[in-house]
Structures are given as structure tokens and as C-alpha cells.
Design a protein. Sequence first.
Length: 267
Amino acid sequence: MFTVLIAEDEPLIRKGIIYCTDWAKLDCAIPLEASNGEEAAEMIRQHRPDIVLLDVNMPLMDGLDALLQTKGLYYFVPIVVTGYADFDYAKRAMYSGVQRYLLKPVVTAELEEAIRFAQQKVEKHRMMTHELARQTDVLQKLGELPEQQGKSQPVRQVMAYVAEHYPEKITIGRMSEQFHYSETLLIRRFKSETGINFSEYLTHFRLQKAITMMRESDMSISQIAEACGFSEYRYFRVVFQKKIGCSPAQYSQEVRLMRNNGNECVE
């Protein structure tokens, strides 16, 4: 169900749009009403409609000024309804993020088409919001890595080495030789100071990098796995599924869907 606000200072036109439109067929609640620009802006703030039909020429504040005052508060799709066919109004409306521009007298078929278009935009935005919440949930599932601050020099050196060389093959033995500590000391210190063993830390670090790459690059999953130090894709897939709760392919698909929705929802 979608919430609609109709901002129109002429009562006959406003009521005509409300009572001559089959809102149930459009999956919309009976619209909210505003009779001037200031009232429209306040109604938007209080009720957060999904779709706003607003007249350009209204008292106290015109429709586009009301739109500009409220556009950044949260997401809604504006549709301009006006008796002015002047192209300057159309240009100003488009600059304000309006993508549908209807002239009075409003034709029912054109209004319904504009509402359907707006609903698609709202649905895509809802989907994007859901995916963003899932992205946050993914990071929460993975958890935070221990910080270097307050750790002993051997542990800080290991963490710094991982940050610089995570795409490569890394072992405690190699770092033991690199920093001239015994393997036993590194293993014991790392576990006692971070709360996790070294292999868990390395896997966690690589997964974080993989998730970032999946969000920000167009690389294939196998390329990302290799770039993050997972030499075998099958192992990467198993670890990802265990830690994140879905396969890398599923997560990548959701990320790309979110990108596409985000690009289409920008106004």
C-alpha cells in the first residue's frame, strides 16, 4: 500500500482528483490533502507520503519551493500537476527532481500512469533500503577485527604484515623468520592479546577485503577471491557461506541489484 499526498489550492480540482481516481486499484490509501505550499511541506514532514502530487502555483509557498524544502528529509516521488504549460516551469520542475509533469485538466489515464511510475520508483528504493540493511547485517555477522592499539610489538607487526601482504601466502613460520620471533611466541601472544588465533584473524581480514571489492568493483568472484589471498575458490565459497550465511554468488547478486536500484532511484 502506498501513501499519496495531493497538494492543490483549488478545492474542486483537489477533490476531483481524489474522488475520480480508483485508489484501491492503484494500491494506494485515500490521499492526504494540502491546500497550500506551507501545508504541503508540513504534511510531508509529518506523514512521509510515498508519492506527492503538487500544484506549482499555490498561496503562501509554491509547490516547487515546498518540494525543495522537503526533498532531502526522506525519499518520496514528486509529480507536478499544474495549469501552466510554460516550459520554464517544466525545466524548474525537472531540476527539482520531478520526473512526471501533468497539465490540468488532469487526464485519468495519464495520472494513473504517473502513479504507476512513481510506485516503481518507491519499490526500487524500498528494495535498495532493504539491501543496505542486509549489507550492515553482513558486517555485523562478520564482526570487528581487533585493533593494533594497545598490543605488543610482535602482534602489531603481524597485523601490519597481514594488512600489506594479505593477497600473498602468509604463514606464522614466514613471519617468524621475518621478525625474528619464535613461532610459539607469535602464536601465544596473538591469541592472548586478540582473543582469536592467527588463522581466524587472517581469514576475517581477507573476507572484509573481499566484501569491499564485491561492493566497489566489477571483478568476478573468482578474481576477488584470488586478489584477497584465497588460492582456491572452493575454499573461499565454503568460508564465505559459513561466516556470512550466503554464498559469494548470492551476495554479489544482491550487491549488483542494490547498485542498479541506487542508480535508478537517484533524482
